[in-house]
Design a protein around this ligand. Structure first.
Ligand code: MN
Length: 492
């Protein structure tokens, strides 16, 4: 399902003490608010006003309905009046969808002349939302709380941003990952408990033989390749005479896409150590698949592949700047410390500052019989995050670091791969100490679109550990946080 097909349900709390007139006003205003929020252009999905809830049975029923409706990606609640929270318990304990508490009120100002006890009975959000918040805290519910005036653009944008995260939850719970071959031999961080991942995050991670892919590749027609070549030449500059290598990548892309789509997989991983029957490691092929929203992970890294797909789904319709990434090498000059991110071939062209070039070069590593074609480009400038999901033993840990991508400070004319250069928070070397302390992988997802707040919310909804390395992080504070988190997660 695409972003626009999802909807969120607006459930407004009240009770039956106030008489029909008040309840009618609440319902009318709730519908008006949903309509205005939808018209604002700040929400990626439709907000549907569902009910002014006044009883335990009503809330239990709407939660049951939300749990089973595939279109519903989450519920958003608000209390116009007071809404005693014991009547929310039976619903909330069964809620399986993401939940956001919008702590707002209908009116912007306290109306000096108009305010009387009728006004006070109708407009009780300030204490209604506190009673409502208590029960979620008491039940230890994973939730997002957004406070502020509902017409403020910043509030609307935060709500929209949370909706994207909730869609990332729905996407994760349905995600299938196709592995071509196993992980790279002896590598530790790309391993993980696939059963735990499926139970927690929903991912179905399974393996297909490279030989099966080769069979599908051999059945790809010249006409199919011609059509994809037309796309390549429209989107990229061809900077090689080796057209046969590009056509071979097209054959690989078409075959992989056929297998992915046939199985309903939105992410895949492969390894240069297992290319039996293939002439080239898929480079351009993997890059162009990523540009279409598929997740990718090198060296069999199915976790980073799945995270790439999820973060692409969360940022659908934005700049698209989200990719599989790897920290390769540092520039450690005092006053100008930078990380150079790249991969052997596979960086998504959605990061590119300018039109990518298709080049072919020898690739010494792996089973390549021929020079693989790949897209070469510089990443664009901008604030971004890098994200790594690791299996820390007994639980999953999501590590997120704030970075600032810069224009690469040198041309690197002999580097035959796409490259991104960045400053890292709090500074490069402290950031590296923090990243290594937390156990973050060399592979990451880099995104200009998805924010650290979204990844924190996603981790909370998924019930996994979250670590954020930002401008305020010190090694000492991080070590303490990790120590306490280790104890807390063992008790959970
Ligand atoms: Mn790698």
């Amino acid at each position: 399902m695409s972003m626009k097909q999802y909807e969120f349900w607006f459930v407004v709390g009240s009770q039956d003490l106030y008489g029909q007139e008040v309840l009618d006003t609440v319902a009318k205003r709730a519908a008006e608010m949903a309509e205005a929020l939808n018209a604002s252009g700040n929400l990626p999905c439709k907000l549907v006003y569902k009910v002014t809830a006044m009883s335990n049975a009503q809330i239990r029923d709407i939660v049951a309905e939300a749990n089973y409706d595939k279109k519903c990606a989450g519920i958003i609640t608000w209390c116009h009046t007071f809404s005693p929270s014991k009547m929310w318990i039976n619903g909330f304990v069964n809620l399986q969808k993401p939940y956001c508490h919008l702590a707002t009120q209908y009116n912007l100002e306290i109306p000096n002349e108009e305010i009387d006890m009728d006004f006070m009975n109708l407009n009780q959000a300030a204490h209604g939302d506190r009673e409502h918040g208590f029960i979620a805290a008491r039940l230890r519910m994973p939730r997002k709380i957004i406070a502020g005036y509902w017409k403020d653009e910043s509030v609307q944008k935060r709500l929209g941003s949370w909706m994207r995260t909730a869609v990332g939850v729905a996407f994760s719970r349905d995600l299938k990952v196709m592995r071509f071959g196993d992980n790279m031999r002896e590598v530790a961080v790309t391993e993980g408990d696939k059963v735990e991942v499926q139970a927690k995050l929903g991912w179905q991670v399974n393996t297909w033989a490279v030989g099966d892919l080769v069979k599908v590749m051999n059945a790809v027609t010249e006409e199919e390749i011609d059509a994809l070549m037309a796309e390549y030449t429209a989107e990229y500059d061809v900077a090689t005479d080796n057209i046969a290598a590009i056509r071979y990548q097209a054959r690989e892309e078409i075959a992989m896409k056929k297998m992915l789509d046939e199985q309903g997989c939105m992410a895949f991983a492969n390894t240069f150590q297992d290319l039996y029957g293939m002439e080239q490691l898929p480079g351009l092929a993997s890059q162009h698949l990523m540009a279409q929203g598929y997740g990718y992970g090198g060296e069999g890294d199915w976790k980073v592949s799945a995270m790439t797909a999820i973060m692409k789904a969360m940022s659908e319709g934005m700049t698209g700047g989200t990719s599989f990434m790897e920290d390769y090498t540092y520039h450690l000059v005092e006053g100008c410390k930078l990380s150079l991110g790249a991969h052997m071939l596979e960086v998504c062209p959605s990061l590119a500052a300018d039109k990518p070039r298709i080049e072919t070069h020898h690739l010494g590593i792996g089973m390549n019989e021929k020079d693989p074609a790949r897209l070469v480009f510089e990443g664009r400038e901008g604030d971004a995050i890098v994200v790594s999901l690791i299996d820390i033993g007994g639980r999953l840990r999501l590590i997120c670091q704030d970075i600032k991508a810069v224009k690469p400070i040198m041309e690197m004319p002999n580097l035959p791969v796409a490259r991104v250069m960045w400053e890292a928070a709090p500074d490069l070397t402290t950031g590296v100490e923090c990243w290594i302390t937390a156990g973050g992988a060399h592979h990451t997802v880099l995104s200009y679109d998805v924010t650290a707040e979204q990844m924190r919310d996603w981790a909370r909804m998924m019930d996994i550990e979250f670590v954020h390395i930002n401008k305020d992080t010190t090694v000492e504070s991080l070590e303490k946080d990790l120590f306490l988190a280790d104890l807390a997660w063992k008790l959970k």
